[in-house]
Design a protein around this ligand. Structure first.
Ligand code: DHB
Length: 489
């Protein structure tokens, strides 16, 4: 066909990738009616305008990924909805730092995450389709695609590795804000959401609003000249603070069994990393929520128990019938119930939660085989080290004595903590942070530090854990959707 080898089938059929003015065409929608799940567990019949995939930069490298779709509720169960000033839920589908695409979406909640070998994962492995729930709750929903770590062009160049994903998401936000008054909903009330790698990116969008550090990258793509700050950010199990994730992982799960084998990982490596975590945690100078005081490697277990784990167990057990609760407790003698509250020790929690799912080190693998090694690939190099510790233990025969020169800046561009530690003024002031207590994909301190640091800056932080919930769980979408109304109202 005339469109050339680079264009995907989607690009040929949807108009994605045509020269783009970045002016939103508010007449370019199809009216759709669908029965959608609602956050209360029921369904709603929703009539909505669906705006087909549109490219959000003038010079896309890959329009099939650098495009977004918009859904605007018109009527819900037969009642008209006024979305003139409705908050915009900006729901990214990123997972695993893989590419995500909405180029073939024909309705709300159809973004896909592209896994290796041509596999796709709908719903980002999540148990909740938040875009559908948000639309059924009356919000305008924007779903952006974005480049991801596995994309390679015809010359073998990795063009979706860090910081591509955050640059794309920022460009998408800028597209919306540049079209204030044309795009349905209130572009000053954008609420970002995401899970896991997508949660990391949502937190980063929230933390880094309007940072000049991204200007060059954004200019290169022809991103709109507008704010990329978001009003509020929500993150479920964010896999973030990657340069400190190995040490944090060993502090948290170092003495937990590897779930695949039932054995412990190399305790010498684990101990070294734990020692590094103690230094890192001290350097953060962050106080725990609820007047806990300065957080350290020595008291963080106690902090997590009191602030997150025991309250999560208490909430879960309070919600059970007394028969179900008795049965649960009978099988788990290490969990105490005093009639009102659950309590247990850190060791009991570790034994209970199912163990670690990553070897040591978890993120910067000595053999360059982790997803994060690929995330920090560059040019034709598919995977690189991004920590001193990983480089020093390299087993691939690199023979390098220092990290590549661009790594420190790339790490900063990918890490919300970089901006939070500098009290970045363009950040969101409203935060929703959630994590399952049986999710070993990263250390619990990642969420702990994110929430505590933001709260320390005076931001409004709503953080909690879900008891016995695994990775990518969303147990309280109804509460989240109500929270949006509260903070934007
Ligand atoms: C995700 C999970 C991981 O374990 C990880 O290292 C990065 C991302 C995810 O589910 O998005």
């Amino acid at each position: 066909t005339a469109t050339g080898a680079q264009a995907s089938p989607a690009a040929r059929t949807t108009g994605v990738g045509r020269p783009h003015s970045l002016v939103f065409d508010k007449t370019a929608y199809t009216l759709r009616t669908a029965v959608l799940p609602s956050a209360d567990g029921g369904t709603k019949e929703v009539t909505y305008r669906f705006y087909a995939p549109t490219t959000y930069v003038t010079d896309p490298l890959d329009a099939a990924h650098q495009s977004l779709v918009i859904s605007v509720p018109v009527a819900i169960d037969g009642r008209k909805v006024n979305t003139e000033r409705a908050p915009i839920v900006f729901a990214n589908w990123v997972g695993g730092y893989f590419p995500v695409s909405v180029a073939e979406a024909t309705g709300v909640g159809e973004g896909i995450m592209e896994m290796p070998n041509g596999q796709v994962l709908e719903n980002n492995g999540n148990d909740t389709n938040l875009p559908k729930l948000a639309l059924a709750a009356g919000y305008v929903v924007v779903e952006p695609g974005a480049r991801g770590r596995t994309l390679v062009d015809g010359e073998g160049v990795y063009y979706g590795t860090a910081p591509a994903v955050i640059v794309d998401l920022k460009a998408a936000v800028r597209y919306l804000r540049a079209n204030k008054g044309l795009v349905p909903g209130d572009t000053d009330r954008i609420v970002s959401t995401g899970t896991s790698a997508g949660g990391a990116m949502s937190a980063l969008l929230g933390a880094s609003g309007d940072s000049p550090l991204y200007a060059g990258h954004l200019r290169q793509l022809g991103a709109a000249d507008a704010s990329d700050a978001v009003f509020a950010a929500a993150a479920w199990c964010p896999i973030t603070d990657l340069e400190h994730a190995d040490m944090a992982y060993e502090w948290c799960w170092g003495e937990a069994q590897l779930s695949s084998t039932g054995t412990l990982v190399d305790q010498n490596l684990s101990r070294e990393l734990r020692a590094a975590f103690a230094e890192y945690q001290a350097s953060l100078r962050v106080d725990g929520l609820g007047g806990f005081g300065r957080l350290s490697a020595r008291n963080y277990d106690d902090y997590l128990l009191k602030t997150y784990l025991q309250p999560a167990a208490t909430a879960h057990l309070s919600g059970l019938s007394s028969d179900a609760r008795s049965a649960y407790l009978a099988d788990r003698p290490a969990i105490q119930w005093n009639g009102k509250r659950a309590s247990f020790t850190w060791d009991a929690y570790l034994a209970h939660m199912g163990g670690r799912n990553k070897n040591v080190p978890s993120f910067d693998g000595f053999g360059l085989t982790t997803g994060e090694n690929n995330l920090f690939g560059k040019g034709t190099v598919s995977a690189r080290h991004f920590t001193r510790y990983g480089l020093d233990h390299d087993t691939t025969g690199l023979g390098a004595d220092r990290l590549d020169k661009d790594i420190p800046e790339t790490l900063a561009l990918m890490n919300p903590m970089h901006f939070i530690r500098r009290r970045h003024a363009g950040r969101s002031r409203h935060w929703w942070i959630r994590l399952g207590t049986s999710d070993p994909h990263t250390s619990l301190t990642v969420v702990g530090n994110l929430a505590a640091s933001l709260s320390g800056l005076g931001d409004h932080v709503n953080s909690a854990m879900y008891w016995d919930a695994g990775h990518a769980t969303n147990r309280d979408p109804a509460a989240f959707l109500r929270w949006i109304a509260e903070v934007t109202g």
